[in-house]
Design a binder for this molecule. Sequence first.
Ligand code: ADP
Ligand code: 5GP
Length: 188
Amino acid sequence: MGADPSSAARLFIVSGPGGVGKGTIVNALVERDPRLWLSRSWTTREQRQGERDTAYVFTDRDSFERRIAVDGFLEWTNFLGNYYGTPTPDPVNGRDVVLEIEVDGARQVKALRPDAILIFVLPPSRQEQERRLRGRGDAEDKVRQRLQKALDEEPVGMAIANHVVVNDDLERTVGEMMEIIRQHRLAD
Ligand code: ADP
Ligand code: 5GP
């Protein structure tokens, strides 16, 4: 097993409803800030058309359940019928960990690590979230499910968040998140 996550540097959680832009944002953050270490989640969902092989560790239910049994996840959840989980982080020394996860996982991590910094991302509007989900190529039923789920996720996420950010313009949002990260580093 990897290093004790409690001895690692800071832990940033980026959460928010599906299609809000979390994946896009965290990719931009880790590209710009080499001190950030992005955790790669495991999932049992199928790879999307055009989705990078490195977006997740794509796996099957048996393998996922075997990893649960050996306590190999910091958190895991069942989201719309598929498992998603964060393997126990093992960052290179001195780097801050970034998790991009849904709200139930964020709640679990905050309970385990109250010092974790949760940045909750909201869409500028429901219509724009829908447009982004469609633009990404999600099937119609997936679009509906994610929009419906957002109604439950948003109040929970906003209640436990340290910061709430509206992802309107991508550049502006990434800049705001980098500033949040900078302020937390300064405060330690
Ligand atoms: P999530 O990880 O939250 O499910 P994604 O990062 O996959 O969302 O983004 C969903 C879609 O929205 C992608 O096609 C992405 O390129 C697009 N997107 C992300 N942020 C913005 C933004 N600020 N403005 C317009 N489109 C965006
Ligand atoms: P998607 O299928 O759109 O890639 O992901 C569905 C949701 O699961 C998104 O909100 C995404 O952030 C979240 N997610 C991705 N990885 C994990 C993880 O390891 N744990 C949890 N709890 N959620 C995750």
